[in-house]
Design a protein around this ligand. Structure first.
Ligand SMILES: NC(=O)c1ccc[n+]([C@@H]2O[C@H](COP(=O)([O-])OP(=O)(O)OC[C@H]3O[C@@H](n4cnc5c(N)ncnc54)[C@H](OP(=O)(O)O)[C@@H]3O)[C@@H](O)[C@H]2O)c1
Length: 251
């Protein structure tokens, strides 16, 4: 992997790479020789064994629109090593606020400030990144993958109203983006995970598992493989799709 010069490597910008689905996605793309630029709220952990990780990490809170705009300029600079090309953008980072004791935040329990913060991180952040990096994506005939959720299409027992609404909005934006980015040679798709074994899950998820046709949680690497498919030539005529990764939970 390290033998490939930076100028020849495909590049992914991935939000929320430190844990769960994002972490599995870094591994999937890196093992295929991609350079992965990451961004999340925390700095790059000192003990992380990832090669070239720190110099490819951007510390950013997607809840801050101004800082997100500044980070886009930083990403552009870092892409110079690849002639300014961006092969893929994966909008994976998201927040799912809970009430006291981990309770579900319904429409009434969710403060307006929380609605706004959730929409900034989960919905507006992805749109800002895709619009802001459109020239770089166009140069690569690249691919955007928005990570939505099963909660975007049905009321979920644990996912809050703002979270679910933000994911439904992101699914709609994926269609809009596919229509507008397609003529530029950029594909835009979404993946909608069900119950994947990560830190975002709430206690009590095991009750849902009993109703999932495949009777188990999904694994982060199973999601990462689908994201990889959507960012490579194997899916060259797929755009505007939302792929459900949920063991049949939605049927
Ligand atoms: N796990 C599931 O079952 C499931 C189901 C449906 C959908 N999803 C979706 O899949 C995606 C990944 O989920 P996950 O379970 O892997 O989540 P996770 O374990 O909670 O990880 C979230 C990632 O996003 C980053 N992040 C959170 N807030 C951020 C912010 N304001 N700015 C920048 N980065 C931020 C976090 O890093 P920092 O803490 O360093 O910021 C972390 O790397 C999310 O979009 C989630 O909605 C997951």
């Amino acid at each position: 992997m390290t033998e490939i010069p930076n100028s020849d490597r495909k590049t992914l910008l991935l939000t929320g790479a430190s844990r769960g689905i994002g972490h599995a996605t870094v591994k999937r793309f890196s093992s295929a020789g991609w350079r992965v630029l990451t961004c999340s709220r925390h700095g790059f952990p000192e003990d992380c064994p990832w090669e070239a990780g720190e110099e490819d990490h951007i510390q950013l809170d997607l809840g801050d629109a101004e800082k997100t705009a500044q980070a886009i300029a930083t990403v552009r600079e870092r892409l110079q090593a690849q002639g300014g090309r961006l092969d893929a953008l994966v909008n994976n980072a998201a927040i799912s606020p809970k009430g006291e004791g981990g309770s579900r935040l319904g429409v009434f329990e969710t403060d307006l400030s929380v609605w706004q913060q959730v929409f900034q991180v989960n919905f507006l952040g992805p749109i800002m990144l895709a619009r802001g990096l459109v020239d770089e994506l166009k140069m690569a005939r690249g691919s955007v993958v928005n990570v939505t959720s099963i909660a975007g299409t049905r009321v979920h027992p644990f996912a809050g109203s703002a979270y679910a609404s933000s994911k439904a909005a992101l699914a709609a934006a994926t269609r809009e983006m596919a229509a507008d980015f397609g003529p530029l040679g950029i594909r835009v798709n979404a993946i909608a995970p069900g119950e994947i074994d990560t830190a975002i899950l709430s206690p009590g998820t095991e009750k849902i598992v009993a109703e999932i046709p495949m009777r188990r949680l999904g694994r982060p690497e199973e999601v990462a493989r689908t994201i990889y498919f959507l960012c490579t030539d194997s899916s060259s005529y797929v755009t505007g799709a939302e792929i459900h990764i949920n063991g049949g939970q939605h049927v």
